[in-house]
Design a protein around this ligand. Structure first.
Ligand SMILES: [Zn+2]
Ligand SMILES: [Zn+2]
Length: 449
């Protein structure tokens, strides 16, 4: 079989972040086998390269699932049930090409098993999407976080306020310096007749502003907190009800009844440092540990998305003929129940779980819509799912079932101007029809006359 992947350059394993590698396939070319020498006794033989799967367990792992030819992209999965898996940290210099998960590849039993394990752990997986926490993670085990113990709340507030004051003073000074350099530039401009040189000067000047030593007080908020507070490790951070967080203690907490493995209340404080947002993790042993229950309702749209069938045909080459049923059949309790089941089994986009757990009055807006792959042009109908809360709404990202790249929604008004995915000639659109879902147990869709 052949990979339908977008061809990208090879990179070393260690240059990828854990979240870029989780649930991805790796193409390991034949010339890389020398880097796998330590494991050669365990690895099944291959005449070409290896097709591997990288996923997050406790640490990031690489499982060898089959063989692949790096040139032709022809691959084959191994038959054996025993899958060899090694820590990614054991092969930091291995050059790999990353391939996104498609429906076809995801059918592999080992991949299915990993997907299920991560879905079972959906709440802890959701916080792995918070990039601001990355500097607090154990580099080997991203689920393990460095935290501070809250003993003296006032002292923490004092330090964070002081940090914020320093940050704004720093920004103000930078703005002033930038304004001064702009002024100096304008004066220079008047005397200059060479516009090319001017751009060069511009660059130099911006650099100067940034490099001015007096403007960067080398103070790090986490270093300061470290000096003032007791550090400890927690793992499996998850969102909890009432906008709170919880995690699990790695070791017994001295001076308290809390033992290793106990859940604790966690506060996250987002602060800015060197232009980047970082999240600080505080364990408050006194505070109540909130529940993690989820309650969602179906969003009551003022106007339901109109349910129409769009029949498209390639009249030029007769290589494409499809009918797409879009919209939603009234309340559509069948589709809503499927979404509820997906929530329960951890099959939604991980980032969505944070809002679902933390906020009250969460509702789900949904309809069937047409999507087009940005890479391979495949057209497919997917449920469009939007999580709506009082303050915000967020949509699930959509991926192409064929190649795994991102898909974009095709707006209804643009459907008539789509080109054939096979031969790229304009498609013919038949007059729109209205559909309705049958009352039967099956999912059949019928057209109205
Ligand atoms: Zn695609
Ligand atoms: Zn065609």
């Amino acid at each position: 079989m052949k990979l339908k992947a977008k061809r990208i350059k090879r990179h070393m394993v260690r240059t990828y972040e854990f979240w870029q590698m989780n649930l991805r396939l790796l193409v390991i070319a034949e010339d890389q086998k020398k880097l796998l020498e330590d494991f050669s006794a365990k690895l099944p033989p291959s005449d070409s390269g290896y097709l591997a799967f990288s996923y997050l367990d406790k640490d990031l792992r690489i499982a060898f699932l089959g063989t692949v030819d790096d040139e032709s992209d022809e691959y084959e999965f191994f038959d054996n049930k025993e899958i060899v898996s090694i820590p990614a940290s054991a092969v930091p210099n291995l050059l790999v090409r990353i391939v996104k998960l498609s429906e076809e590849l995801a059918e592999n039993p080992f991949i299915q098993q990993v997907l299920q394990e991560q879905a079972n752990n959906a709440l802890a997986m959701s916080t792995l999407t918070i990039r601001a926490l990355d500097s607090r993670r154990d580099p080997q085990q991203p689920n393990r976080l460095r935290a501070f113990l809250v003993e003296d709340e006032d002292r923490i507030n004092e330090l964070i306020e002081l940090h914020a004051m320093r940050q704004s003073a720093l920004e103000e000074a930078e703005e002033q310096a930038a304004a001064a350099s702009k002024k100096a530039k304008r004066t220079k401009k008047k005397d200059s007749d060479h516009p090319e040189e001017e751009t060069e000067e511009d660059d130099e000047e911006t650099e100067e502003v940034n490099e001015d030593e007096s403007l960067s007080p080398q103070i790090n908020i986490s270093d300061e907190l470290e000096k003032a507070l007791q550090e400890l490790w927690v793992y499996d951070l998850t969102p909890a009800n009432n906008s709170s967080w919880r995690a699990v203690l790695e070791a017994d907490l001295s001076g308290s009844k809390l033992k290793a493995g106990d859940p604790v209340h966690v506060d996250l404080r987002f602060v800015e440092q060197e232009g980047e947002e970082i999240a600080l993790v505080f364990v408050d042993p006194e505070a109540e540990v909130e529940d993690v229950k989820i309650e969602v309702s179906s969003y009551r749209a003022t106007r339901l998305p109109w349910r129409k069938a769009y029949e498209l045909e390639c009249l030029a080459n007769h290589d494409f003929h499809e009918t797409y049923y879009l919209g939603r059949n009234g309340e559509d309790s069948k589709l809503f129940n499927k979404i509820v089941a997906d929530i329960r089994y951890g099959r939604l986009d991980p980032a969505m779980y944070i809002d679902m757990v933390q906020k009250d009055d969460v509702s789900m807006d949904f309809s069937r819509e047409l999507y087009r792959c940005r890479n391979c042009g495949d057209l497919h109908v997917t449920r469009r799912l939007r999580l709506v809360t009082e303050e915000s709404s967020m949509s699930e990202p959509y991926y192409c079932p064929k190649c795994g790249e991102r898909s974009s929604q095709v707006k209804r008004v643009h459907i008539a101007s789509l080109n054939c995915p096979e031969c790229h000639k304009p498609l013919d659109m038949k007059p729109e029809k209205v559909w309705y879902a049958s009352e039967e147990e099956d999912d059949s869709i019928l057209l109205e006359d």
